[in-house]
Write a protein that binds this ligand. Structure first.
Ligand code: FMN
Length: 172
């Protein structure tokens, strides 16, 4: 599959078939994240991969009762151990780095015939408690993973000209 096809075919999948994802497929998805770039190549990410049904159910409660999370094959919890590195540009590196790695996972998931959904609506303190994540670690996002039981229509995106300026900023 061409990269652009995987990008175009990705959807947020919130309905999963229940079919088990093989270790081989899961590892290829995770590997796509491990190979991601990061600021100063710091690779400050840690990922907790949850496949236990009872823990998945608890995560769904901690994620604002989004029940579909409990029906995913896996949830990948994207964390960072190093949270104090600020780049020269003033941006904190870790949420950017972790999100890049997770984005690469979402694209590899498409290649594997799997669906994902980003989960940002969760209570960090509750997820930390469920997974025994130390206080100093921050959770950036979670990602559900599994065989899709739906192919949602593409969500609308802004037009090209609304998003890209060439050579200078333009106020309309
Ligand atoms: C950072 C982030 C957090 C998100 N959090 C949630 C969430 O908690 N629950 C959910 O159902 N979808 C969540 N989404 C999915 C978005 O709603 C979805 O990506 C958006 O509507 C575009 O649809 P698409 O992914 O199918 O293209 C999140 C997406 C991103 C990028």
């Amino acid at each position: 599959m061409k990269v652009i096809e995987a990008i175009k075919n990705r959807r947020s999948v919130r309905l999963y078939s229940g079919k088990k994802v093989s270790e081989v497929k899961l590892k290829r998805v995770l590997e796509a994240g491990r190979l991601a770039p990061s600021a100063r190549n710091i690779q400050e990410w840690k990922f907790v991969v949850v496949r236990d049904k009872e823990i998945l159910r608890k995560l769904s409660v901690a994620a604002n009762n989004q029940e579909f999370i409990g029906r995913a094959d896996s949830v990948i919890v994207g964390c960072s151990e190093i949270t104090d590195y600020v780049m020269r540009c003033g941006q904190t590196a870790y949420p950017i780095d972790v999100a890049i790695a997770m984005t690469q996972m979402t694209i590899q998931a498409v290649e594997e015939g799997l669906g994902t959904c980003w989960i940002g609506s969760f209570y960090e303190d509750q997820v930390k408690r469920i997974l025994n994540i130390p206080a100093k670690v921050r959770i950036v996002q979670m990602l559900t993973l599994g065989y899709p039981e739906e192919k949602p229509e593409p969500r609308p995106r802004k037009d090209f000209d609304e998003v890209f300026y060439f050579n200078e900023w333009k106020e309309f």
